[in-house]
Design a protein around this ligand. Structure first.
Ligand code: PEP
Length: 248
């Protein structure tokens, strides 16, 4: 099965009710590129409104709790996202691994919760700058994969997002060769663990992707799409990335 390109917008803590119009514009323009799967993950506060405003579009959460309910003030369960009509959830973003102290076991539990709730999961991994500079990026990322990817899932429902932390929101981007090396190593580790099913899993690149660099990054070996932060907030910036994915 050929892997379809997948471009996902992570709005982070950006967006108010008026921003729904931007998401609608993105989905409307993305519909011209039917070969690409497109999803937007707005803040929790906008998930329900965006599902209602963009029927049939893929809308996701940026995180979920590993439990289904309980005394977890401020948290949102995967089942609650599904209840709103979301179809996707991001887990393990570095801003949560680093900022909220989430380790691989937490990320794995969240991924399992997302899958159990019927959501597709985008599971993020990526190395900090000092690990990249010491030459340990592949080992670091493969350890994250080993510790945070669940054992049991349908291959088309779990995507990996490789996001070097030093590239997120900085304008810095690894070389295409470095991206291909990391993605190839991730694919190899998935194949060693899951056999042929690894061929059906998508591996996205994330970190300062924009309309100018998307085509080159998306052409790199084993890159099946992009997880996009800053450039996902408007159609003017996001749709060229979708178009680049469609043109490959
Ligand atoms: C992200 O937050 O997942 C991300 C890749 O951000 P940016 O595109 O802004 O680097």
């Amino acid at each position: 099965m050929a892997r379809r390109k997948y471009v996902v917008g992570n709005w982070k803590m950006n967006g108010v009710k008026a921003s729904i119009a931007d998401a609608q514009a993105i989905f409307a323009a993305a519909a011209n590129h039917a070969a690409v799967d497109v999803a937007i993950c707005p803040p929790f506060t906008l998930v329900g409104a965006l599902v209602a405003a963009a029927p049939g579009a893929a809308v996701g959460g940026q995180d979920c709790h590993s439990e289904n309910s309980g005394a977890f003030t401020g948290s949102v369960a995967a089942s609650m996202l599904a209840d709103l009509g979301a179809s996707v959830v991001i887990v393990g973003h570095s801003e949560r691994r680093e900022g909220c102290g989430e380790g691989d076991a937490d990320v794995r539990a969240k991924a399992e919760a997302g899958l159990s709730a019927g959501l597709s999961v985008i599971l993020c991994v990526g190395e900090p700058r000092e690990i990249r500079e010491s030459g340990g990026a592949i080992d670091y990322v493969l350890a994250q994969i080993a510790g945070s990817v669940p054992d049991d899932f349908a291959a088309d429902r779990l995507a990996i997002a490789y996001e070097p932390i030093w590239a997120i929101g900085t304008g810095l981007v690894p070389t295409v060769g470095d991206v291909a090396a990391l993605h190839g190593a991730i694919r190899g580790a998935l194949a060693a663990r899951f056999g042929g099913a690894a061929d059906d899993m998508r591996i996205l690149y994330g970190g300062s992707v924009n309309g100018d660099n998307a085509a080159e990054l998306l052409r790199a070996g084993d890159v099946d799409g992009a997880l996009v932060g800053g450039a996902s907030l408007t159609a003017a910036k996001f749709v060229p990335i979708v178009a680049a994915a469609a043109g490959l």
